[in-house]
Design a protein around this ligand. Structure first.
Ligand SMILES: [Fe+2]
Ligand SMILES: [Fe+2]
Length: 496
């Protein structure tokens, strides 16, 4: 039975006058006083059925009737945000939850710094604010669409469950942004909320807004790379929006960050377990040369150079999500107080950046040079640099696994300008080590740096479903621990 059906059936048993209020409040865990906000209820009433239609159309393909061991957030306190139990995905209780209000909070940056935060949309920044919310909101359903076929080739029930957990939470993140749109932006907010259900990842005539969210996520290695590298862009954007002077946005994003942490965990451990399986198989077979690709692939594991190429691809397309390094929009988002920097409140400068500079790497006369740019206009560049630093922790842990196995190989981050389409490096050909190349050199070598056709064919050949509890595909090691203290051979998904 779908959530819709459940609602209708519940409705029949409850007081008819309070038809929607009672049931929506039950079905949607919330701390925004949903049952007494008639306008909001009415807006959600018309949006919600369309959301469920979208989920059935574009959410996980198959498995909609499977019982999945999911975490549901029903409140924002430690006890409330992690309720575990079997749920059929269409019945998931997507909630509207804001982190607790901080009394006396002030705008942390820009020209309004120190003024009380806004509880209502500041009129002068209305369209800029709406755009920020729409762009963030658009990424959430996009990733669900990108990942929709992966259940079929899951390397274990544990991994399948993690995929679905990420998917339902991205769905909830869409709810979080839709709540802000319909609550605070009237008619055009409702129209934007509807449009979020109409764009489609990768579709020619109505694509998702940002490039990386129109790429395919065709296999599990892509999924793990995506959740490590691209969800981390999500973390950085949410962290910057959590500093917003528009308090409802700040509070929404602060709570979303708690869920985002799990997505990053899925990515880091997914790639880490892939590396572990590769190293174990190499050691067992007595192979020490990471470049002995043919022999390694015969073992049914992913060779490390291929992992590096996959990482290069995902890092470079994700870096494009930060926008142009030098950006007047970025400057205005900051100066208006709508979006801060990463950890804004903890930074010790004047938080206004009127007379400060920031170093930006650019291509000048065919050479890479570091130049001082006005810090305000370099806000995007700074967030990208913070992102790249944030990526390194997991990469170091992956490298420890390789080192422990006695294999001489290191996963590295390519140069910031490698394979970029947006910003300072767009239109230039730059190698992973930061050499500027001619078009011919790039054409001759990029197959060594980005996944090539035979790589993708090989990855595809590994994507055989492993859907028995406790079994794991050859190319990925079992996790150290299960979910919520359950064993690793727990039946995380009961496939119908
Ligand atoms: Fe998200
Ligand atoms: Fe995420």
């Amino acid at each position: 039975m779908s959530q819709e059906d459940t609602l209708v059936e519940d409705n029949a048993m409850v007081n008819n006058d309070k038809f929607v209020e009672v049931n929506y409040d039950d079905a949607i865990p919330n701390n925004v006083d949903l049952s007494s906000d008639r306008q909001l209820l009415r807006a959600l009433e018309s949006w919600h059925p369309n959301y469920i239609d979208w989920w059935k159309d574009m959410g996980p393909d198959g498995f909609q009737n499977a019982d999945v061991y999911l975490r549901t957030a029903v409140g924002v306190d430690p006890a409330g945000w992690a309720k575990f139990g079997y749920v059929k995905m269409p019945n998931y209780r997507w909630g509207i939850l804001l982190a607790p209000k901080v009394e006396g909070r002030t705008i942390p940056c820009g020209r309004h710094k120190g003024e009380p935060v806004w509880q209502e949309v500041p009129g002068e920044y209305r369209s800029l604010l709406r755009r920020l919310i729409v762009v963030q909101g658009d990424t959430e359903p996009a990733s669900v669409e990108q990942q929709r076929f992966l259940g079929k080739t899951a390397p274990s029930l544990y991994d399948m469950r993690n995929l679905f957990q990420v998917n339902v939470e991205e769905g909830r993140h869409l709810w979080a942004m839709v709540y802000l749109l319909v609550k605070h932006f009237g008619k055009d907010g409702r129209e934007e909320a509807q449009a979020l259900l109409e764009r489609r990842s990768g579709q020619q005539d109505n694509p998702r807004i940002l490039g990386a969210f129109n790429e395919l996520t065709p296999d599990w290695l892509s999924f793990f790379m995506f959740t490590y590298f691209t969800d981390r862009d999500g973390k950085m954007q949410l962290a910057a929006l959590a500093e917003s002077g528009f308090d409802p946005l700040s509070r929404s994003c602060r709570f979303m960050l708690t869920e985002e942490a799990h997505h990053l965990f899925v990515g880091e451990t997914g790639v880490g377990r892939t590396i572990e399986a590769t190293c174990n198989a190499m050691v067992k077979a007595g192979i020490t040369d990471a470049n002995d690709v043919e022999a390694i692939r015969k073992l049914g594991v992913v060779d490390l150079p291929l992992l590096q190429r996959k990482a290069n691809f995902h890092m470079s397309v994700t870096r494009d999500l930060f926008g142009s390094e030098i950006s007047s929009n970025g400057a205005e988002s900051f100066s208006s107080g709508l979006k801060g920097r990463f950890n804004e409140a903890k930074l010790t400068d004047d938080h206004q950046l009127q007379d400060t500079n920031y170093t930006v790497t650019r291509v000048v006369d065919g050479k890479l040079v570091d130049e001082d740019a006005p810090a305000l206009r370099a806000i995007n560049c700074r967030l990208l640099d913070d992102y790249m630093a944030d990526c390194q922790g997991g990469i170091d842990r992956w490298n420890k696994t390789i080192e422990k196995a006695g294999i001489n190989f290191k996963i590295t981050q390519p140069h910031k300008g490698f394979n970029r389409r947006i910003g300072e490096f767009a239109g230039h050909r730059i190698s992973p080590t930061g050499a500027i190349l001619s078009e011919a050199d790039w054409a001759a070598q990029n197959g060594n740096w980005l996944p090539n056709a035979s790589d993708m064919e090989f990855i595809n050949s590994l994507m055989k479903p492993c859907h028995e509890a406790g079994q794991y595909a050859s190319w990925i090691a079992p996790p150290r621990m299960g979910i919520n203290q359950q064993p690793v051979d727990y039946e995380y998904v009961k496939i119908d």
